[in-house]
Design a protein around this ligand. Structure first.
Ligand SMILES: [Ca+2]
Length: 310
């Protein structure tokens, strides 16, 4: 009998591709409605993290949770804008936003989507404990207004921590005639972890007289690939993670974008498969990222005869 666990299968009609299925337990960088992310494979660990703030301008809106909901809607009506806003302060009292990522994460990039360019000084610091010592990993203290409402910060080397704090200690009245801090989103970006590397793979076949076998999709080498049989009928590959695995994102590296109908399926036993997501048009990119709204997770113990994923 086959060992139970999480299986993932990708199937397609006339599929010929190099595929890497990456998987994670963390949240995607893109908004939920955009299931197909842009090229690149960064994870926003801040998304929907637990967040606290020094203060907020209004009790019923613009709370700190708006800084980590993945929404940057500058064009929305003011009351609907998804941003965190503080009280005004002529003394530029430090305003802080502290994220609890839930576990220690490693990251190398931050993005802040400010409401205005009235910000002059801010820093980002990290800690493994909420009230412990915070280490500054980025400091801007030149006193000059930021030049863009988007601050992209690339660290020289990755940093780790469970708690990430943004401290804004310089902000002017203008532009906007309102001396406060307001930002749509604070992102903490790290590299995705590829869970597929150790998976056991299977295929319905591969192109005749080639070495384009399914093992090529998890070898981490983008120059090797799986190519299906040339017959016009559905083809599939599967990955067996050998144990229950929590997955939220997939990355597929296609050779060509000629697959017109394809889907991902999941299984707890390699026998019974359920669809995860289906596509009826060509991938928009050679590097296709598929982020699920919620992680796949098996809730039933492995030793049960019939295991289901929910
Ligand atoms: Ca937001």
């Amino acid at each position: 009998m086959k060992k139970k666990g999480t299986w993932i299968r990708a199937g397609a009609g006339a599929l010929s591709a190099a595929m890497v299925l990456g998987s994670l337990t963390v949240s995607p960088i893109v908004q939920a409605e955009t299931k197909e992310a842009k090229a690149g494979y960064e994870i926003n660990y801040a998304l929907n993290s637990k967040v606290t703030a020094s203060d907020r301008e209004v009790a019923d809106k613009w709370g700190p949770e708006k800084a980590v909901d993945g929404i940057v809607n500058r064009e929305a009506d003011k009351s609907e804008q998804s941003r965190w806003a503080t009280n005004q302060s002529k003394n530029q009292e430090a305003r802080t936003l502290t994220l609890d990522l839930g576990a220690v994460k490693t990251f190398s990039k931050f993005v802040v989507e400010w409401e205005r360019t009235n910000i002059t000084n801010f820093k980002i610091s990290v800690s493994d404990t909420k009230d412990g010592e915070y280490k500054d990993v980025y400091v801007k203290n030149d006193g000059k207004n930021i030049s863009s409402v988007t601050s992209k910060i690339q660290l020289e080397k990755p940093e780790s921590g469970q708690f990430v704090r943004l401290t804004v200690n310089g902000y002017t009245e203008n532009p906007g005639s309102w001396q406060s801090v307001s930002l749509y989103e604070f992102m903490v970006l790290g590299e995705a972890e590829n869970l597929s590397a150790g998976a056991a793979v299977a295929e319905d076949g591969h192109e005749a007289d080639t070495n384009f076998a399914v093992a090529n999709v998890i070898d981490g080498d983008y120059t090797t690939r799986w190519a299906s049989l040339a017959e016009q009928k559905p083809h599939w590959i599967s990955l067996d993670y050998k144990k229950e695995t929590t997955i939220q994102s997939f990355k597929i590296h296609w050779e060509r974008t000629n697959a017109t109908k394809y889907r991902l399926e999941k299984s707890a036993d390699g026998q019974k498969w359920e669809p995860i997501v289906s596509f009826e048009q060509k991938p928009k990119s050679y590097q296709q990222i598929i982020n699920l709204e919620a992680p796949l997770k098996s809730l039933i113990r492995r030793e049960h005869r019939k295991t289901e994923l929910r």
